[in-house]
Write a protein of this length. Structure first.
Length: 149
């Protein structure tokens, strides 16, 4: 089972728009990374997002590119300050899942899955990390970094 963690694309600041949608650059980031993920064979059965506009817009790019038939839904425990409780739900999940969320939550969730190793590289801003459950452990398989501005 694969789990794909995604940090939403670059968003407008709250002074520009309080809902913080993706910026034009952020839309390009999301589309480019989604296309690259699809080329790597990413086909999640479910795509979860935090419910915030920028996360939903990023998730929609992956949904279109990777699997338009995937379950697409907002989920609990995906807000920036939430504890990494989704790790417990993933233990019983049998299908590939993608979560589009926020910093620092996605970094904390990744560290919870892989272990609190100080050697672990920080989560790529606006990027994606693919992890696989192997037996009782999670293993990082690859990362995608967002295209530079």
């Amino acid at each position: 089972m694969f789990f794909y963690l995604v940090h939403h694309g670059d968003a407008l600041g709250p002074a520009e728009d309080p809902q913080r949608p993706l910026s034009p650059h952020g839309r390009g980031q999301a589309d480019a990374l989604a296309a690259e993920a699809a080329a790597r064979g990413v086909r999640p059965a479910a795509i979860w997002h935090s419910g915030k506009l920028r996360a939903r817009q990023t998730a929609e790019a992956y949904w279109r590119a990777c699997n338009p038939l995937a379950e697409f839904t907002a989920t609990r425990w995906a807000q920036p300050g939430d504890p990494p409780r989704l790790a417990d739900l993933l233990e019983v999940e049998t299908h590939d899942v993608m979560l589009v969320g926020h910093m620092p939550h996605v970094d904390r969730l990744l560290r919870r899955l892989l272990g609190e190793d100080d050697e672990l590289s920080p989560f790529p801003v606006n990027g994606l990390v693919a992890v696989e459950r192997v037996d009782e452990a999670w293993v990082e398989r690859w990362r995608l970094a967002a295209p530079p501005a």
